[in-house]
Ligand binder design. Sequence first.
Ligand SMILES: Cc1cc2nc3c(=O)[nH]c(=O)nc-3n(C[C@H](O)[C@H](O)[C@H](O)COP(=O)(O)OP(=O)(O)OC[C@H]3O[C@@H](n4cnc5c(N)ncnc54)[C@H](O)[C@@H]3O)c2cc1C
Length: 401
Amino acid sequence: MITRRRFIKSTSAAVAAQGLSRRMAPGSHVAVIGAGVFGGWTALSLLRKGARVTLIDAWGPGHSRASSGGETRVIRASYGDQKIYVDMVARALELWRDNERKWGTKLLIPCGSLRLRKDDSYAAVAMPLLRDAGLAPEGLSPDEAQRRFPQINMEGVGWAMYEPDAGYLLARRACAAVYRAFLEEGGSYRAMAVRATDLEDGLPEGLFLSDGTYQLADQYVFACGPWLPELFPETLAGKIRPNRQEVYYFGTPVDEAGFGDDRMPCFLDGVVSPSYYGIPGNEWRGLKIAGGSPDAPSFDPTTGDRRVSPKLVDNARKYMAMRFPKMKGAPLVESKVCQYESSPDENFIVDQHPSASHVWILGGGSGHGFKHGPALGERVAATVLGERPRDPEFSLARFHP
Ligand SMILES: Cc1cc2nc3c(=O)[nH]c(=O)nc-3n(C[C@H](O)[C@H](O)[C@H](O)COP(=O)(O)OP(=O)(O)OC[C@H]3O[C@@H](n4cnc5c(N)ncnc54)[C@H](O)[C@@H]3O)c2cc1C
Protein backbone atom coordinates (compact mmCIF):
# COMPACT_ATOMS: atom_id res chain seq x y z
CA MET A 1 0.00 0.00 0.00
CA ILE A 2 1.28 3.50 -0.81
CA THR A 3 1.08 5.72 2.26
CA ARG A 4 0.19 9.42 2.01
CA ARG A 5 3.74 10.31 3.06
CA ARG A 6 5.31 8.14 0.32
CA PHE A 7 2.83 9.44 -2.25
CA ILE A 8 3.72 13.07 -1.36
CA LYS A 9 7.43 12.24 -1.63
CA SER A 10 7.14 10.59 -5.04
CA THR A 11 4.92 13.31 -6.59
CA SER A 12 7.17 16.06 -5.19
CA ALA A 13 10.21 14.48 -6.77
CA ALA A 14 8.53 14.29 -10.18
CA VAL A 15 7.34 17.90 -10.02
CA ALA A 16 10.66 19.19 -8.67
CA ALA A 17 12.47 17.69 -11.64
CA GLN A 18 10.56 20.10 -13.92
CA GLY A 19 11.27 23.26 -11.85
CA LEU A 20 7.60 24.26 -12.10
CA SER A 21 4.99 23.40 -9.53
CA ARG A 22 1.62 22.00 -10.64
CA ARG A 23 -0.57 24.80 -12.10
CA MET A 24 -3.31 25.52 -9.60
CA ALA A 25 -6.93 25.82 -10.64
CA PRO A 26 -8.43 29.33 -10.29
CA GLY A 27 -9.92 29.82 -6.84
CA SER A 28 -7.78 27.15 -5.21
CA HIS A 29 -7.14 27.68 -1.52
CA VAL A 30 -3.74 28.75 -0.15
CA ALA A 31 -2.96 29.12 3.56
CA VAL A 32 -0.15 31.58 4.29
CA ILE A 33 1.36 31.27 7.76
CA GLY A 34 3.06 34.48 8.91
CA ALA A 35 1.81 38.04 8.31
CA GLY A 36 5.21 39.75 8.26
CA VAL A 37 6.37 41.55 5.13
CA PHE A 38 7.02 38.27 3.25
CA GLY A 39 3.78 36.49 4.19
CA GLY A 40 1.58 39.59 4.06
CA TRP A 41 2.61 40.56 0.55
CA THR A 42 2.47 36.94 -0.65
CA ALA A 43 -1.07 36.56 0.72
CA LEU A 44 -2.19 39.82 -0.94
CA SER A 45 -0.55 38.88 -4.26
CA LEU A 46 -2.15 35.40 -4.22
CA LEU A 47 -5.53 37.02 -3.59
CA ARG A 48 -5.03 39.46 -6.47
CA LYS A 49 -4.22 36.49 -8.71
CA GLY A 50 -7.56 34.88 -7.92
CA ALA A 51 -6.66 32.41 -5.17
CA ARG A 52 -8.72 31.97 -2.01
CA VAL A 53 -6.34 32.87 0.81
CA THR A 54 -6.28 32.34 4.57
CA LEU A 55 -3.55 34.28 6.38
CA ILE A 56 -2.62 33.03 9.85
CA ASP A 57 -0.39 34.71 12.42
CA ALA A 58 0.26 34.03 16.09
CA TRP A 59 0.88 37.66 17.09
CA GLY A 60 -0.20 39.95 14.22
CA PRO A 61 1.29 41.78 11.22
CA GLY A 62 4.62 43.53 12.02
CA HIS A 63 4.38 42.87 15.77
CA SER A 64 7.24 43.84 18.09
CA ARG A 65 9.03 40.47 18.04
CA ALA A 66 8.70 39.95 14.27
CA SER A 67 11.63 40.71 11.97
CA SER A 68 9.28 43.09 10.13
CA GLY A 69 8.46 45.04 13.32
CA GLY A 70 9.87 48.41 14.36
CA GLU A 71 9.78 51.77 12.63
CA THR A 72 11.83 51.87 9.45
CA ARG A 73 13.81 49.91 6.85
CA VAL A 74 16.19 51.08 4.13
CA ILE A 75 15.14 50.56 0.53
CA ARG A 76 18.05 50.82 -1.92
CA ALA A 77 18.77 48.99 -5.13
CA SER A 78 22.54 48.57 -5.06
CA TYR A 79 23.34 44.89 -4.55
CA GLY A 80 26.81 44.54 -6.05
CA ASP A 81 26.56 42.12 -8.97
CA GLN A 82 23.38 40.38 -7.75
CA LYS A 83 21.02 41.22 -10.62
CA ILE A 84 18.09 39.29 -9.20
CA TYR A 85 17.89 41.65 -6.19
CA VAL A 86 18.49 44.83 -8.25
CA ASP A 87 15.58 43.90 -10.53
CA MET A 88 13.41 42.97 -7.57
CA VAL A 89 14.06 46.32 -5.88
CA ALA A 90 13.20 48.18 -9.10
CA ARG A 91 9.90 46.29 -9.23
CA ALA A 92 9.35 46.71 -5.46
CA LEU A 93 9.79 50.49 -5.78
CA GLU A 94 7.01 50.55 -8.40
CA LEU A 95 4.72 48.39 -6.28
CA TRP A 96 5.33 50.27 -3.01
CA ARG A 97 4.51 53.53 -4.85
CA ASP A 98 1.43 52.13 -6.65
CA ASN A 99 -0.02 50.66 -3.48
CA GLU A 100 0.64 53.63 -1.21
CA ARG A 101 -1.18 55.77 -3.80
CA LYS A 102 -4.03 53.28 -3.90
CA TRP A 103 -4.28 53.18 -0.08
CA GLY A 104 -3.73 56.92 0.45
CA THR A 105 -0.97 56.13 3.00
CA LYS A 106 2.64 57.30 2.86
CA LEU A 107 4.91 54.29 3.37
CA LEU A 108 8.02 55.09 1.27
CA ILE A 109 10.03 58.20 2.17
CA PRO A 110 12.35 58.92 -0.81
CA CYS A 111 15.23 60.63 1.02
CA GLY A 112 17.86 58.84 -1.12
CA SER A 113 20.63 56.54 0.06
CA LEU A 114 24.37 57.10 0.24
CA ARG A 115 26.83 54.22 0.10
CA LEU A 116 30.32 55.06 1.41
CA ARG A 117 33.27 53.05 0.11
CA LYS A 118 37.05 53.09 0.49
CA ASP A 119 37.50 53.12 -3.30
CA ASP A 120 35.49 53.10 -6.52
CA SER A 121 35.81 49.35 -7.24
CA TYR A 122 32.07 49.00 -6.52
CA ALA A 123 31.17 51.40 -9.36
CA ALA A 124 31.95 49.09 -12.28
CA VAL A 125 30.12 46.19 -10.61
CA ALA A 126 26.98 47.86 -9.32
CA MET A 127 26.21 50.93 -11.41
CA PRO A 128 25.54 49.25 -14.80
CA LEU A 129 22.97 46.90 -13.20
CA LEU A 130 21.19 49.84 -11.58
CA ARG A 131 21.08 51.75 -14.87
CA ASP A 132 19.79 48.64 -16.71
CA ALA A 133 16.99 48.47 -14.15
CA GLY A 134 15.99 52.07 -15.01
CA LEU A 135 17.50 53.66 -11.90
CA ALA A 136 19.91 56.59 -11.89
CA PRO A 137 22.78 56.16 -9.41
CA GLU A 138 25.35 58.93 -9.04
CA GLY A 139 29.03 58.24 -8.31
CA LEU A 140 30.53 60.95 -6.08
CA SER A 141 34.13 61.88 -5.27
CA PRO A 142 34.79 62.44 -1.55
CA ASP A 143 34.84 66.22 -2.12
CA GLU A 144 31.51 66.16 -3.99
CA ALA A 145 29.99 63.96 -1.30
CA GLN A 146 31.28 66.31 1.43
CA ARG A 147 29.83 69.39 -0.29
CA ARG A 148 26.50 67.70 -0.77
CA PHE A 149 26.21 66.24 2.74
CA PRO A 150 28.10 68.56 5.12
CA GLN A 151 26.62 66.82 8.20
CA ILE A 152 28.62 63.66 7.31
CA ASN A 153 32.39 63.56 7.88
CA MET A 154 33.83 61.83 4.81
CA GLU A 155 36.99 60.65 6.62
CA GLY A 156 38.36 57.51 4.94
CA VAL A 157 35.83 57.69 2.08
CA GLY A 158 37.41 57.18 -1.35
CA TRP A 159 34.16 57.07 -3.33
CA ALA A 160 30.45 57.32 -2.65
CA MET A 161 27.32 56.33 -4.51
CA TYR A 162 24.06 58.21 -4.15
CA GLU A 163 20.79 56.55 -5.14
CA PRO A 164 18.09 59.22 -5.56
CA ASP A 165 15.27 56.64 -5.91
CA ALA A 166 16.13 55.05 -2.58
CA GLY A 167 14.91 55.97 0.88
CA TYR A 168 13.18 54.28 3.76
CA LEU A 169 9.95 52.38 4.38
CA LEU A 170 7.69 52.63 7.42
CA ALA A 171 8.01 49.01 8.49
CA ARG A 172 5.29 48.05 10.99
CA ARG A 173 2.86 50.48 9.35
CA ALA A 174 3.47 48.91 5.96
CA CYS A 175 2.67 45.45 7.40
CA ALA A 176 -0.54 46.85 8.88
CA ALA A 177 -1.46 48.51 5.55
CA VAL A 178 -0.92 45.26 3.63
CA TYR A 179 -3.03 43.40 6.19
CA ARG A 180 -5.89 45.94 5.89
CA ALA A 181 -5.76 45.70 2.08
CA PHE A 182 -5.77 41.90 2.33
CA LEU A 183 -8.97 41.98 4.41
CA GLU A 184 -10.63 44.64 2.23
CA GLU A 185 -9.86 42.65 -0.92
CA GLY A 186 -11.51 39.53 0.47
CA GLY A 187 -8.85 37.56 2.35
CA SER A 188 -9.54 35.71 5.62
CA TYR A 189 -7.31 36.14 8.64
CA ARG A 190 -6.92 33.90 11.67
CA ALA A 191 -5.10 35.12 14.81
CA MET A 192 -3.75 31.71 15.74
CA ALA A 193 -0.46 29.84 16.09
CA VAL A 194 0.25 26.83 13.89
CA ARG A 195 1.56 23.95 16.00
CA ALA A 196 4.69 22.23 14.74
CA THR A 197 2.95 18.88 14.23
CA ASP A 198 3.28 16.85 11.03
CA LEU A 199 4.92 19.76 9.18
CA GLU A 200 7.88 17.69 8.03
CA ASP A 201 5.41 14.92 7.06
CA GLY A 202 3.42 16.97 4.55
CA LEU A 203 0.46 17.94 6.77
CA PRO A 204 -1.74 14.91 6.10
CA GLU A 205 -4.52 16.39 8.31
CA GLY A 206 -3.94 20.10 7.50
CA LEU A 207 -2.59 22.72 9.89
CA PHE A 208 -3.06 22.01 13.57
CA LEU A 209 -3.90 25.35 15.21
CA SER A 210 -3.51 26.65 18.77
CA ASP A 211 -7.29 26.46 19.40
CA GLY A 212 -7.21 22.71 18.72
CA THR A 213 -8.83 22.95 15.26
CA TYR A 214 -7.40 22.06 11.84
CA GLN A 215 -7.11 24.35 8.81
CA LEU A 216 -7.09 22.64 5.43
CA ALA A 217 -5.87 24.20 2.17
CA ASP A 218 -4.58 23.10 -1.24
CA GLN A 219 -1.18 24.71 -0.66
CA TYR A 220 0.57 25.99 2.46
CA VAL A 221 3.15 28.81 2.44
CA PHE A 222 5.20 29.10 5.62
CA ALA A 223 6.52 32.67 5.90
CA CYS A 224 7.46 32.45 9.57
CA GLY A 225 10.69 34.48 9.50
CA PRO A 226 13.00 33.60 12.42
CA TRP A 227 10.54 30.95 13.67
CA LEU A 228 10.99 28.77 10.54
CA PRO A 229 13.80 26.58 11.94
CA GLU A 230 11.60 25.64 14.95
CA LEU A 231 8.83 24.55 12.59
CA PHE A 232 11.06 22.65 10.14
CA PRO A 233 13.99 21.45 12.25
CA GLU A 234 15.01 18.70 9.79
CA THR A 235 14.68 20.63 6.53
CA LEU A 236 16.14 23.90 7.78
CA ALA A 237 18.93 22.60 10.08
CA GLY A 238 21.86 25.00 9.50
CA LYS A 239 19.95 26.90 6.78
CA ILE A 240 18.34 29.72 8.78
CA ARG A 241 19.89 31.13 11.95
CA PRO A 242 18.05 33.83 13.94
CA ASN A 243 20.69 36.24 15.23
CA ARG A 244 20.59 39.24 17.54
CA GLN A 245 20.66 42.82 16.22
CA GLU A 246 20.46 46.18 17.99
CA VAL A 247 19.00 49.42 16.61
CA TYR A 248 19.51 52.87 18.20
CA TYR A 249 17.88 56.26 17.84
CA PHE A 250 20.09 59.14 18.98
CA GLY A 251 18.59 62.55 19.79
CA THR A 252 19.75 65.34 17.44
CA PRO A 253 20.97 68.74 18.73
CA VAL A 254 18.53 71.66 19.09
CA ASP A 255 18.41 73.87 15.96
CA GLU A 256 20.22 71.21 13.91
CA ALA A 257 18.01 70.34 10.99
CA GLY A 258 20.69 68.47 9.01
CA PHE A 259 19.62 65.08 10.36
CA GLY A 260 16.00 65.12 9.17
CA ASP A 261 14.88 63.19 6.09
CA ASP A 262 14.58 66.43 4.10
CA ARG A 263 18.40 66.79 4.06
CA MET A 264 19.87 63.53 5.23
CA PRO A 265 19.89 60.34 3.12
CA CYS A 266 19.96 56.79 4.46
CA PHE A 267 23.59 55.68 4.62
CA LEU A 268 25.53 52.42 4.33
CA ASP A 269 29.06 52.79 5.60
CA GLY A 270 31.37 50.18 4.11
CA VAL A 271 34.49 52.17 5.00
CA VAL A 272 34.49 51.24 8.67
CA SER A 273 34.73 47.70 10.00
CA PRO A 274 32.36 46.49 11.29
CA SER A 275 30.08 48.39 8.97
CA TYR A 276 27.19 50.58 10.14
CA TYR A 277 24.09 51.87 8.40
CA GLY A 278 21.40 54.31 9.32
CA ILE A 279 18.24 56.20 8.54
CA PRO A 280 17.19 59.76 9.33
CA GLY A 281 14.62 59.41 12.10
CA ASN A 282 11.02 59.14 10.96
CA GLU A 283 8.78 61.74 12.56
CA TRP A 284 11.62 63.48 14.43
CA ARG A 285 12.70 60.29 16.21
CA GLY A 286 16.41 61.07 15.99
CA LEU A 287 19.17 59.54 13.93
CA LYS A 288 18.82 55.77 13.59
CA ILE A 289 22.07 53.79 13.60
CA ALA A 290 22.41 50.01 13.37
CA GLY A 291 24.90 47.36 12.30
CA GLY A 292 28.27 47.00 13.93
CA SER A 293 27.76 43.35 14.91
CA PRO A 294 29.31 40.95 12.40
CA ASP A 295 29.42 38.02 14.87
CA ALA A 296 25.87 38.42 16.11
CA PRO A 297 24.90 35.65 18.57
CA SER A 298 21.96 33.33 17.97
CA PHE A 299 18.68 34.64 19.33
CA ASP A 300 15.35 33.14 20.37
CA PRO A 301 12.68 35.30 18.70
CA THR A 302 10.00 34.33 21.25
CA THR A 303 11.83 34.60 24.57
CA GLY A 304 15.12 36.42 23.79
CA ASP A 305 16.13 39.28 26.13
CA ARG A 306 15.51 42.53 24.23
CA ARG A 307 17.60 44.91 26.37
CA VAL A 308 20.50 46.54 24.52
CA SER A 309 24.13 45.93 25.49
CA PRO A 310 25.99 48.99 26.92
CA LYS A 311 29.15 47.92 25.09
CA LEU A 312 27.47 47.86 21.68
CA VAL A 313 25.82 51.25 22.40
CA ASP A 314 29.29 52.67 23.22
CA ASN A 315 30.68 51.27 19.97
CA ALA A 316 27.86 52.91 18.00
CA ARG A 317 28.49 56.22 19.85
CA LYS A 318 32.19 56.13 18.90
CA TYR A 319 31.29 55.49 15.31
CA MET A 320 28.68 58.25 15.33
CA ALA A 321 31.12 60.80 16.82
CA MET A 322 33.53 60.11 13.96
CA ARG A 323 31.04 60.07 11.06
CA PHE A 324 28.55 62.68 12.36
CA PRO A 325 30.61 65.12 14.49
CA LYS A 326 27.57 67.21 15.46
CA MET A 327 26.06 64.08 17.03
CA LYS A 328 29.02 63.53 19.40
CA GLY A 329 27.67 62.73 22.88
CA ALA A 330 24.06 62.60 21.64
CA PRO A 331 21.66 60.83 24.01
CA LEU A 332 20.18 57.43 23.19
CA VAL A 333 16.46 58.22 23.03
CA GLU A 334 15.04 54.92 21.76
CA SER A 335 16.42 51.45 21.07
CA LYS A 336 15.28 48.05 19.91
CA VAL A 337 16.65 44.53 19.85
CA CYS A 338 15.52 42.63 16.78
CA GLN A 339 16.78 39.57 14.92
CA TYR A 340 17.86 38.69 11.44
CA GLU A 341 16.98 35.22 10.12
CA SER A 342 20.13 34.62 8.10
CA SER A 343 20.77 31.90 5.57
CA PRO A 344 24.40 30.78 5.08
CA ASP A 345 24.78 32.78 1.83
CA GLU A 346 22.34 35.53 2.95
CA ASN A 347 20.03 34.80 0.02
CA PHE A 348 16.33 34.15 0.49
CA ILE A 349 14.73 30.71 0.60
CA VAL A 350 11.66 30.18 -1.59
CA ASP A 351 11.10 26.52 -2.23
CA GLN A 352 8.87 23.50 -1.83
CA HIS A 353 9.44 21.24 1.12
CA PRO A 354 11.65 18.35 -0.10
CA SER A 355 8.99 15.78 0.91
CA ALA A 356 5.78 17.69 0.13
CA SER A 357 5.21 19.78 -3.00
CA HIS A 358 2.17 21.55 -1.49
CA VAL A 359 4.24 22.92 1.43
CA TRP A 360 6.34 26.02 0.65
CA ILE A 361 9.06 27.61 2.73
CA LEU A 362 9.56 31.36 2.34
CA GLY A 363 12.17 33.11 4.43
CA GLY A 364 15.86 33.75 5.04
CA GLY A 365 15.43 37.55 4.75
CA SER A 366 19.00 37.79 6.17
CA GLY A 367 18.71 41.43 7.20
CA HIS A 368 17.78 42.78 3.76
CA GLY A 369 14.35 41.36 2.96
CA PHE A 370 11.91 44.11 3.87
CA LYS A 371 12.33 46.34 0.82
CA HIS A 372 11.54 43.40 -1.49
CA GLY A 373 8.16 42.61 0.11
CA PRO A 374 5.80 43.42 -2.76
CA ALA A 375 8.10 42.15 -5.55
CA LEU A 376 8.89 38.96 -3.67
CA GLY A 377 5.22 38.43 -2.80
CA GLU A 378 4.28 38.75 -6.48
CA ARG A 379 7.04 36.32 -7.52
CA VAL A 380 6.18 33.77 -4.82
CA ALA A 381 2.45 33.93 -5.62
CA ALA A 382 3.14 33.21 -9.30
CA THR A 383 5.51 30.36 -8.37
CA VAL A 384 3.08 28.74 -5.92
CA LEU A 385 0.27 28.92 -8.48
CA GLY A 386 2.51 27.21 -11.05
CA GLU A 387 2.75 30.25 -13.37
CA ARG A 388 6.53 30.60 -13.22
CA PRO A 389 9.41 28.31 -12.28
CA ARG A 390 11.19 28.50 -8.95
CA ASP A 391 14.30 30.69 -8.79
CA PRO A 392 17.41 28.49 -8.41
CA GLU A 393 19.04 31.34 -6.42
CA PHE A 394 16.43 30.78 -3.68
CA SER A 395 16.28 26.98 -3.77
CA LEU A 396 17.00 24.68 -0.85
CA ALA A 397 19.07 22.53 -3.24
CA ARG A 398 21.75 25.24 -3.49
CA PHE A 399 22.95 24.20 -0.04
CA HIS A 400 23.64 20.62 -1.28
CA PRO A 401 25.43 21.05 -4.61
C1 LIG B 1 16.99 45.36 12.94
C2 LIG B 1 16.66 44.99 11.54
C3 LIG B 1 16.99 45.87 10.51
C4 LIG B 1 16.69 45.53 9.20
N1 LIG B 1 16.96 46.43 8.22
C5 LIG B 1 16.52 46.20 6.97
C6 LIG B 1 16.63 47.21 5.99
O1 LIG B 1 17.10 48.32 6.27
N2 LIG B 1 16.13 46.96 4.75
C7 LIG B 1 15.57 45.76 4.42
O2 LIG B 1 15.16 45.59 3.28
N3 LIG B 1 15.46 44.76 5.35
C8 LIG B 1 15.91 44.96 6.60
N4 LIG B 1 15.77 44.01 7.56
C9 LIG B 1 15.29 42.67 7.19
C10 LIG B 1 13.79 42.55 7.08
O3 LIG B 1 13.15 43.34 8.05
C11 LIG B 1 13.42 41.07 7.17
O4 LIG B 1 14.13 40.35 6.17
C12 LIG B 1 11.93 40.84 6.95
O5 LIG B 1 11.17 41.70 7.77
C13 LIG B 1 11.57 39.39 7.23
O6 LIG B 1 10.17 39.27 7.17
P1 LIG B 1 9.43 37.89 7.38
O7 LIG B 1 8.02 38.13 6.95
O8 LIG B 1 10.19 36.79 6.74
O9 LIG B 1 9.50 37.59 8.96
P2 LIG B 1 8.64 38.19 10.18
O10 LIG B 1 8.39 39.62 10.02
O11 LIG B 1 9.33 37.76 11.43
O12 LIG B 1 7.24 37.46 10.07
C14 LIG B 1 7.06 36.13 10.47
C15 LIG B 1 5.67 36.01 11.05
O13 LIG B 1 5.38 34.64 11.24
C16 LIG B 1 4.59 34.53 12.40
N5 LIG B 1 4.71 33.16 12.92
C17 LIG B 1 5.85 32.52 13.26
N6 LIG B 1 5.59 31.27 13.66
C18 LIG B 1 4.25 31.12 13.60
C19 LIG B 1 3.35 30.04 13.89
N7 LIG B 1 3.80 28.86 14.33
N8 LIG B 1 2.02 30.23 13.70
C20 LIG B 1 1.55 31.42 13.23
N9 LIG B 1 2.35 32.46 12.96
C21 LIG B 1 3.68 32.32 13.13
C22 LIG B 1 5.18 35.56 13.35
O14 LIG B 1 4.26 35.93 14.36
C23 LIG B 1 5.53 36.70 12.40
O15 LIG B 1 4.52 37.68 12.35
C24 LIG B 1 16.07 44.29 8.90
C25 LIG B 1 15.73 43.41 9.93
C26 LIG B 1 16.01 43.77 11.24
C27 LIG B 1 15.62 42.83 12.34
